[in-house]
Write a protein that binds this ligand. Sequence first.
Ligand code: NDP
Length: 481
Amino acid sequence: MQTIKNYINGELLEPFGKQYIDNYNPSTGKVYSLIPDSDERDVELATKAALIAFPSWSAMPKDERSRIMVRISELIEKNLDRLAIAESMDNGKPISLAKTVDIPRAASNFYFYATSILHYASESHAMEDTAINYTVRTPVGVAGCISPWNLPLYLFTWKIAPAIASGNCVVAKPSEITPMTAFLLSELCIEAGLPKGVLNIVHGYGHKVGAAITAHPKIPLISFTGGTKTGAEIARVAAPMFKKLSLELGGKNPNIIFADCDFEKTIRTTLQSSFANQGQICLCGSRIFIERSIYEKFKIEFVERVKKLKVGNPADADSKLGAVVSKSHMEKVLSYVDIAKQEGGTVLCGGNQVKLDGEFADGYYIAPTVIEGLTYDCRTNQEEIFGPVVTLMPFDTEEEVLVYANSTQYGLAAILWTENLTRAHRMANNLHSGIVWINCWLLRDLRTPFGGVKSSGVGREGGFEALHFFTEPKNVCIKLK
Ligand code: NDP
């Protein structure tokens, strides 16, 4: 059985306590590797290594840092198949998805920030002929990066890449539920010649390793992606220490479909935005609002196609859904189907665990589920389920659907289908969310600001937003006369 190690000061190390956690393969329900059960001693060692590495890494010319990061990106690409298989085994997602989305994006994250840093300029503000101000941006020091299990390497590298590109050193914790590709990344960083201590990866539980990173006095910046409750706990600990915080949290995104949409495109993309990664993407559109005049037509066509989506072995090329990430998560998702029924919902398809044969008999599979007949303000439509479950609701007017769409505590993303450009702009303006996709979903330009409003988070990732976050601006004012 493979034993994962921490990556500290350029070396692969056992945890201090020599304790390990079982790592499950969700597609079979079997333990297949061991993860370090690290504690604050490992975080301390990692932080010390990062502090020692910081002066030389931050002083290294940008193009040298950039070249090392490009090498990491190339190594991720070179190891695409191996990483995709590992991601699928750890998370349960189809290998085809990991191969086309997760791993290529991890490579792009490194490449994007390796090159962004070469073009990152700071501001200057002239005060006519009195004075000139210029802004110096310096790295903050040691950054703490904590990431979730749904897009493991994708989201882990989305934090690490801008952090180290801008000259910081990092102590990072992947989710203990999906640690494998972060471990493989540490091997690739060694191969790429990343100087020791620049990136340190400490595996283990959130309440031990994550909490130790959050509370560490020498880590002045925390970049976190995960659940809203965990984000609130991190903010509670970090705020009195005046740490810089970036929190990318949960979502309960509306998918709004007007009668004038391109029907075929809408259906095809809605299948994706509902069930990609088993619905475990913070950007999935789990509340589908359909203009009443096409409600029945949409419902019949959508449900028919959902029933055809194959739930199966993640290694099979035709599996559209693999396993959800864990037994407890499967139980949580299915408990929401019960809640929906109690709230008066009708399950149009799915709603049950899927039992596969042979070695997959104990895997955590859920049939893609469509529910109708619920009100917009019931628990099913207000709480984040984070699984392959969507609800359908009719609406009559723009004003009405805006009330429904904006009614949750979340505000991460919204999806809008209409061929009416004026309405599209108007709706985009009035939706309370950090991202609005019109006639598309998950179309990403890495230069754009990424993040949510309300309980979906604080701050933005992406492009220069992330480089701003990982640096501290200093204004220098020179009087001219
Ligand atoms: P969690 O909040 O449970 O965990 C996220 C990370 O935080 C994990 O590494 C976890 O470790 C760690 N953690 C847990 N407790 C603490 C603590 N007290 N202090 C510091 N770190 C801690 O989220 P999930 O992993 O369950 O991920 C799913 C959530 O992530 C969903 O709500 C989803 O919407 C959100 N998400 C948001 C995105 C966005 O960009 N806005 C993108 C993707 C997901 P451990 O695994 O050991 O618990």
